[in-house]
Design a protein around this ligand. Structure first.
Ligand SMILES: C[S@@+](CC[C@H](N)C(=O)[O-])C[C@H]1O[C@@H](n2cnc3c(N)ncnc32)[C@H](O)[C@@H]1O
Length: 206
């Protein structure tokens, strides 16, 4: 069990280097650590970033994909970097999904979701809300991804985590669970990584 001293030092470390590197959020390091291990993003990709505010993941994604395109979606408004297209909206609303569909010409290479519900502190309730958002993210992914595309999705651990992993596994050739080192020590969040999209299976939620 790491000491409180160690946990605080680790948080200070990521805070400090995200400031040094000019990242908008320390969560940028989580995506960098996922990318280092799984090589999901490639130069020229078209990427959707769900739950994108304040823009850390879109920033890292743009650095990696170069001339590729990032479509960032959030219900909170933020000022996107050049080369990032921002869609304001709640991803559980049909109008937002329609706006996303309008921006897609040739399909999407990667769908990212760092969506987080408002945390209540009640472990089961927060898990349930997180899974609900994850189901929307997976539904959007299966409607927009190109064959062999990838999916990265934050989820809060809990009793239905495995069911969500199973739904992802049905739709992707490889599915992994990964917790980046930059995740806060007592957080219950982890990431589901799906690689090699097989194709639309059946509606999950919409
Ligand atoms: C942890 S933050 C994302 C941080 C981001 N990845 C970054 O690096 O800057 C989670 C985001 O999910 C968004 N969110 C939560 N529920 C949403 C919903 N139903 N529709 C759209 N965005 C949502 C929140 O507004 C919040 O900005």
């Amino acid at each position: 069990m790491p000491s409180r001293w160690y946990t605080e030092k680790k948080q200070e470390y990521y805070y400090r280097i995200s400031k040094q590197k000019g990242y908008r959020a320390r969560s940028a390091f989580k995506l960098l650590q996922i990318q280092k291990k799984y090589h999901v993003l490639k130069k020229g990709d078209t990427v959707i970033d769900l739950g994108a505010a304040p823009g850390g993941w879109s920033q890292v994604t743009k650095e990696i994909i170069g001339d590729g395109k990032v479509i960032a979606v959030d219900k909170e408004v933020f000022d996107p970097l050049p080369g990032v297209l921002f869609i304001e909206g709640d991803i559980t609303k049909r109008t937002t999904i329609d706006k996303i569909q309008q921006e897609i010409q040739n399909g999407i290479d990667v769908v990212l979701s760092d969506l987080s519900p408002n945390i209540s502190g009640n472990y089961s309730m927060d898990h349930a809300k997180s899974v609900w958002l994850c189901l929307y993210a997976l539904e959007i992914a299966q409607n927009v991804l190109k064959k062999n595309g990838c999916f990265i999705c934050k989820i809060f651990e809990g009793e239905t985590l495995q069911e969500f992993v199973d739904e992802t596994t049905k739709r992707f050739n490889q599915t992994k669970l990964f917790t980046p080192k930059a995740t806060r020590k007592h957080s219950s969040e982890t990431y589901v990584i799906g690689k090699g999209f097989k194709g639309f299976l059946e509606p999950l939620i919409l």
